[in-house]
Design a binder for this molecule. Structure first.
Ligand code: SME
Length: 151
């Protein structure tokens, strides 16, 4: 309900993403880094993911290519990726040495991936079915907000 209210209060998609990252980071104790990556307009060149609103420590990965990282995997396949142990996933790009598990959920506008919501946890296997549902719901809100504002 709180998440849904944000969508009504937000002044822009950027504002909605900022409020969502803050709410999830503040209220979900195992969500230690929460941020959006959005696809850049790759006119002529391959698209890259660029860091958007986030909460948590600064990450060295401010731009990620689609063939890199768990972030690239989620954006290029359009599928949610849950990694219970990042040390065992060769795709993983380290953001903090404390990160143990990660979830990345694509954001769609009219069926096309436009970005994603990425969450890291200091706890192994932090993302269960209900977390996946919540994060997918949040990503869906942003997608619908962007759809409405792009008319
Ligand atoms: N771990 C991500 C990179 C982004 S940081 O977690 C913020 C990845 O493997 O794509």
């Amino acid at each position: 309900m709180e998440v849904q209210q944000l969508s009504q209060q937000a002044k822009s998609a950027h504002d909605l993403m900022t409020r969502l990252t803050k709410l999830l980071h503040d209220r979900m104790l195992k969500y230690n880094w929460v941020g959006f990556y959005m696809l850049e307009d790759g006119a002529g060149s391959p698209s890259m993911l660029a860091l958007g609103p986030f909460q948590g420590a600064m990450t060295p990965h401010t731009r990620i290519a689609l063939h890199q990282g768990i972030c690239g995997a989620a954006a290029s396949t359009g599928q949610t990726v849950v990694v219970d142990d990042v040390s065992k996933d060769s795709r993983y790009l380290a953001c903090s040495i404390e990160t143990k598990s990660e979830i990345v959920v694509p954001v769609f506008v009219r069926g096309k991936v436009v970005g994603e919501l990425d969450i890291d946890s200091h706890f192994p296997a932090a993302f269960k079915e209900e977390d996946r549902d919540l994060v997918e719901y949040c990503a869906g809100l942003v997608g619908r907000y962007l759809e409405k504002s792009a008319v």
